[in-house]
Design a protein around this ligand. Structure first.
Ligand code: DGT
Ligand code: CA
Ligand code: CA
Ligand code: ZN
Length: 567
């Protein structure tokens, strides 16, 4: 399938056009890229059926480029742009303080083409001398580079997960594969992923390895053997495939799911029982006494089964010994944060609702941004709320099986007040408050600011409570213990924002919050129907934070039960 390649090229064209300062067409390329990326059909099939124009965002000119790629494996416009501006724009854009104009400037003045060039220039203090830059911006660039190196080579769970599943589905077509599991940090739902680990059972190892190393995602084969191969994928990380016997599969799953720390703790327990544990089984002397399933092994170690998300050696082994592993949440019935065309979302409320219904949700909350304070995103003006409410009423009349709730993601201003008047807030079903500006306040001031918003009787939920963005910025300074206390005192809910680069609260903070008795909600922060699937990242994060149904309000099956839990 060429869908992904074509989408990638279109994204790149959009970036390069942005750099050239062309206003209109980057958006068109991005829209088309997004649609192509999320197509379930093979784009070549659509091409053969002459149905390319049925893809949303694909008009005559973009259609021609798709055809050009399918027929010649390249797109002239793209090649030309790359020649004109030979830089790794996508990577440079990861530095938060660099926009298209600055990137262009850096290229023209200092010939900076990639992150390596950028780092060199910062270190030799060349950037501060440029017009429009200074010592301060050099510092900001450096801290951006440091932030990136922290997650270096790691990728967001939300981007790796669907690819890992596609690889799994692709491999599964080989009918000699009788078992296949994605293990490692992916199975534990860690927020970033170093590499993908896959285990299979098959009696035709060579055939499986041939298929694996020739998958379309493979950019380079790093090693290829009978029982283990490693490839480098086009998304920028490795994928390991290992083949085991069916008899050993449980032991292999346990070992390669990790975490390493969890494994070490288990091996210690095994030793206490005079047993030996490795990736092939649990052994007494030289005889294997359990290996086929993880359950068998845990049970032979006198342990309760530990859900993968808990396997970090952070107290779960002790709970398993006492048979006290919590019954983790597994399903939610709604999504309490998403944006529509009314602000910076890409789809209408009806489109979002239909897509959410397909995912099995009973209710969704539309939380478009309010306008004040925000300079980048579009938002609702006071006069828009009535119109939006009417639209939501109409959608609810039209659709069955899902309820659309009225909400807003209001900005918490510097002084802790929110930028939507109470007379509007009180008409809404659920109100989110969020910090989107003035991130650099002292800890005490920021804590007071958020606590003041929690005291507002209309503010039900604090969205993305710490403001961190993975690989981009740490959260603002805030005293979470005080926030938790205030949350309980005011019946304010804290959110797990499921967006791939947010996951905020993160797993550790989820655990702290629920230990204090704070209730949590879940919201994808979707700006497109494709983002609604991020709900599974939020559920994974909740599970990594040991959350149970009682800790979350979104486990309510009905709107009525949901609302009972709000102030
Ligand atoms: P990642 O890939 O950095 O996101 O994290 P993991 O956990 O997937 O780590 P990875 O891919 O290096 O290894 C997969 C699992 O294999 C890991 O979670 C535990 C197990 N493992 C790897 N190396 C060791 C080791 O030296 N000792 C033990 N006990 N387990 C190991
Ligand atoms: Ca891994
Ligand atoms: Ca690995
Ligand atoms: Zn937000």
């Amino acid at each position: 399938m060429k869908n992904r390649e074509i989408a990638r090229i279109f994204y790149e064209i959009a970036d390069l056009l942005d750099l050239k300062g062309i206003a209109w067409s980057p958006r068109a390329y991005r829209n088309a890229a997004q649609a192509i990326e999320s197509l379930s059909e093979d784009i070549e099939v659509l091409y053969k059926k002459d149905r390319l124009e049925s893809i949303s965002g694909v008009g005559k000119s973009i259609k021609e480029k798709i055809i050009e790629y399918i027929e010649t494996e390249k797109i002239g416009t793209h090649t030309k742009l790359k020649k004109e501006i030979p830089i790794e724009y996508y990577n440079l854009r990861k530095i938060p303080s660099l926009g298209p104009k600055k990137i262009k400037h850096l290229y023209e003045e200092l010939n900076i083409k990639n992150l390596k060039d950028l780092e060199k220039a910062v270190k030799s203090k060349k950037i501060r001398k440029l017009e429009g830059f200074g010592e301060k911006s050099e510092e900001e660039i450096l801290s951006g580079i440091q932030m990136l190196s922290k997650i270096k080579g790691r990728q967001l769970l939300g981007y790796v997960l669907p690819i890992a599943n596609e690889i799994k589905q692709e491999l599964k077509k080989d009918k000699t594969i009788t078992q296949i599991e994605v293990v490692g940090s992916l199975r534990r739902m860690k927020e970033t992923i170093g590499d993908i680990d896959i285990l299979v059972v098959s009696n035709k190892p060579k055939q499986v390895m041939d298929k694996f190393t020739s998958l379309k995602y493979v950019e380079k084969i790093k090693s290829k053997g009978k029982t283990k191969s490693t490839v480098f994928l086009d998304i920028g990380i490795d994928c390991d495939l290992r083949i085991f016997n069916a008899e050993e599969f449980g032991a292999a799953m346990m070992y390669f799911t990790g975490s390493k720390e969890h494994n070490i703790a288990l091996r210690r327990i095994a030793l206490k029982h005079n047993l030996k544990l490795n990736e092939y089984g649990l052994f007494k002397d030289k005889k294997s006494i359990a290996s086929k399933t993880e359950k068998d092994i845990y049970s032979k170690l006198n342990l309760q089964f530990v859900p993968p998300e808990m396997r970090e050696n952070k107290g779960e082994v002790e709970l398993a010994q006492k048979n006290k592993i919590p019954n983790l949440i597994s399903k939610v019935y709604g999504d309490l944060q998403m944006h529509s065309k009314w602000s910076d979302g890409a789809y209408t409320i009806e489109e979002m609702a239909k897509a959410a219904k397909k995912l099995g949700h009973e209710y969704i909350l539309i939380t478009d941004h309010s306008l004040a304070d925000l300079t980048i995103a579009q938002g609702l003006k006071e006069s828009d709320f009535k119109k939006q409410a009417k639209e939501i009423d109409n959608v609810n009349k039209k659709l069955n099986g899902i309820t659309v709730l009225k909400g807003v993601e209001a900005n918490i201003k510097k002084d802790g007040s929110v930028d939507v008047p109470n007379k509007i807030l009180k008409e809404l079903d659920i109100v989110l408050g969020a910090v989107h500006s003035n991130f650099k306040m002292p800890k005490e001031k920021m804590t007071e600011r958020i606590m003041k918003a929690m005291e507002n009787e209309h503010v039900d939920i604090i969205a993305h409570p710490t403001g961190r963005v993975i690989g981009k910025r740490n959260g603002y300074e805030v005293d979470l213990d005080k926030i938790f206390e205030k949350a309980k005192q005011t019946d304010t809910i804290l959110e797990i924002d499921c967006y791939a680069n947010r996951l905020d609260l993160n797993a550790d903070n989820v655990r702290r919050a629920i230990q204090q008795g704070v209730k949590l909600s879940i919201g994808t922060d979707a700006h497109s129907i494709d983002h609604l699937r991020f709900i599974e990242l939020g559920i994974g994060t909740a599970r990594r934070g040991w959350a149970q149904d009682k800790d979350m309000i979104t486990t309510a099956k009905t709107v009525k039960d949901l609302k009972k839990q709000l102030k």
